[in-house]
Design a protein around this ligand. Structure first.
Ligand SMILES: Cc1ncc(COP(=O)(O)O)c(C=O)c1O
Length: 388
C-alpha cells in the first residue's frame, strides 16, 4: 500500500462505534451506548426546513453562516448565557465537532500541549493526534464528583500548554461544573496565559442545578465557547453547531471555514434558526424525560448493587465495574453477547477509565428499564463468580 499519513494510523478509533457495529449484527439489542436523543426533531423545526428548501435556501451561505441565524444565536447568548457578543464573534459550523477542531487549529500548532479531561469525549483525543498536538490528561475522579483537581491541573501546565479544554455538562460523566469551579478555571487560564475552550453542547440538558458559561466571565478574550443544536433539539443528523470566539482571534479562526467546509448546510441553518427563535417547550419536555429516565436507571442500579455517579447534566451516567474484575472492553463485548445490551466501554473515554462503563439514558423508558436490569444481572453474575 502506498503511504498514508502517519497521524491517521495513530488515531484512536471510537470504542462506542465498535460496540455499535457489533450491536448492528444482532437481532435484539438494548441501545444504551448511543449519545443522541431518541426523540424526533420537533415538528416546527422540520417544517422550517421544508419551507427553507421551498424558499430557495439550497445554495452556499456566507462562510460564517446566514446573518439571520447568527443574530438568533446572538440573542440566545444574551438571553440565556449572559453574554453580549458581537456578530463578528459568532460563526456557524457543521456540528460542534468542527467548532472543536477549529478551536484547536486556531490556538495550537504541532508539538503544543492541550489539557484534556480524562474521562473525555473521544473526538478531542482524535483531534489532538491528527493535528500533532500533545494531549495532556487531567483526571476527573468519581470520588470528586468528576470535578477537576485545580492543584493537579496547575502542575500539568508547561510552557508548551496552549489551551485547557473543559466540557460541562460533561460527556461521559454527566457532571456539571458549579460557578466557583468555572471561575477558578478561568483564573488558572489567566494566570498561565492560556486559552479556555469550553464545550457546552449539553448546556440546555441540565437535570439539576445550573449551567454557567465561562465566556460570560471572560476577562480578556481567552474563551472559545462551542455550542450546537444537535443535542438540545434532537438534531444530531442536521450537523449544525456554532462557536463564539474572542474578538481578537475570530477573524483568524473564521478563515478555516472556507477550505474545510465552505459553510454549514443552508437548510440546517434555517432549521436551527427556527429552533432558537421558536417555542422552547420541546426542550423542556425532552429534559423532563431525561430526568425521569435518569432517576429510573439510578434506582435500578442501586437495587442491583452497582456503584454509579449521579449525573446532573447531559444524558449519561457512569457505572463502576471494578468489582467484576473485567476491563471495560471485555465487559462491554461480553455484556452485548450475553444479554444484547450495548454500552460504551470506559477505556474509549481515557486511559484512566478502564474500570468504568458509560450508560446513556436517552433510550425509550422500556428499552432503558430492560437494558439496565440485564446490565445489573450480568454484573451480579460476574461479581458472584469472583467471590466463589
Ligand atoms: C462533548 C461533545 N462535544 C461535541 C459533540 C459533537 O456535537 P455535534 O454532533 O454537534 O458535532 C458531542 C457529541 O457527542 C459531544 O458529546
Amino acid at each position: 500500500m502506498r503511504k498514508v499519513a502517519e497521524c491517521l494510523k495513530n488515531m484512536p478509533i471510537s470504542g462506542i462505534r465498535e460496540i455499535m457495529d457489533l450491536a448492528a449484527e444482532r437481532q435484539e439489542t438494548f441501545h444504551l451506548e448511543l449519545g443522541e436523543p431518541g426523540f424526533p426533531t420537533p415538528a416546527h423545526i422540520q417544517e422550517a426546513a421544508f419551507q427553507a428548501i421551498r424558499d430557495g435556501y439550497t445554495k452556499y451561505t456566507p462562510n460564517a453562516g446566514l446573518p439571520s441565524l447568527r443574530q438568533a444565536i446572538q440573542r440566545k447568548l444574551a438571553a440565556e448565557n449572559g453574554i453580549e457578543a458581537g456578530l463578528e464573534q459568532i460563526a456557524v459550523t457543521p456540528g460542534a465537532i468542527f467548532a472543536s477542531a477549529s478551536a484547536l487549529m486556531t490556538v495550537a500548532e504541532a508539538g503544543d500541549e492541550i489539557l484534556i479531561p480524562d474521562p473525555f469525549w473521544p473526538d478531542y483525543h482524535m483531534l489532538t493526534v491528527i493535528l500533532g498536538l500533545k494531549a495532556v490528561f487531567y483526571k476527573l475522579r468519581a470520588e470528586n464528583d468528576f470535578q477537576p483537581d485545580l492543584a493537579e491541573l496547575d502542575r500539568l501546565i508547561s510552557p508548551r500548554t496552549r489551551a485547557l479544554v473543559i466540557n460541562s455538562p460533561s460527556n461521559p460523566t454527566g457532571s456539571v461544573f458549579p460557578r466557583e469551579m468555572i471561575e477558578s478555571l478561568l483564573e488558572l487560564a489567566v494566570r498561565h496565559d492560556i486559552y479556555l475552550i469550553s464545550d457546552e453542547v449539553y448546556e440546555r440538558i441540565i437535570l439539576e442545578g445550573e449551567h454557567h458559561s465561562p465566556a460570560a466571565l471572560d476577562p480578556d478574550g481567552r474563551v472559545i465557547a462551542i455550542y450546537a443544536a444537535s443535542k438540545t433539539y434532537a438534531m444530531t443528523g442536521w450537523r449544525l453547531g456554532w462557536y463564539l470566539a474572542p474578538r481578537q482571534i475570530a477573524p483568524e479562526m473564521n478563515k478555516l471555514l472556507e477550505p474545510f467546509v465552505a459553510s454549514a448546510s443552508s437548510v440546517s441553518q434555517k432549521a436551527a434558526e427556527a429552533a432558537l427563535s421558536g417555542p422552547q417547550d420541546c426542550v423542556r419536555e425532552m429534559v423532563a424525560a431525561y430526568v425521569r429516565r435518569r432517576d429510573m436507571a439510578l434506582s435500578l442500579l442501586e437495587a442491583g448493587g452497582v456503584r454509579f455517579n449521579r449525573p446532573r447534566g447531559a444524558f449519561y451516567l457512569i457505572a463502576d465495574i471494578s468489582p467484576t474484575g473485567l476491563g471495560s472492553y471485555a465487559f462491554a463485548r461480553q455484556l452485548l453477547q450475553a444479554t444484547g445490551v450495548a454500552v460504551a466501554p470506559g477505556l474509549t473515554f481515557g486511559p484512566g477509565s478502564d474500570h468504568l462503563i458509560r450508560l446513556s439514558f436517552c433510550a425509550e423508558d422500556e428499552e432503558l428499564r430492560e437494558g439496565v436490569n440485564r446490565f445489573c444481572r450480568f454484573y451480579q453474575g460476574l461479581v458472584k463468580r469472583i467471590a466463589a
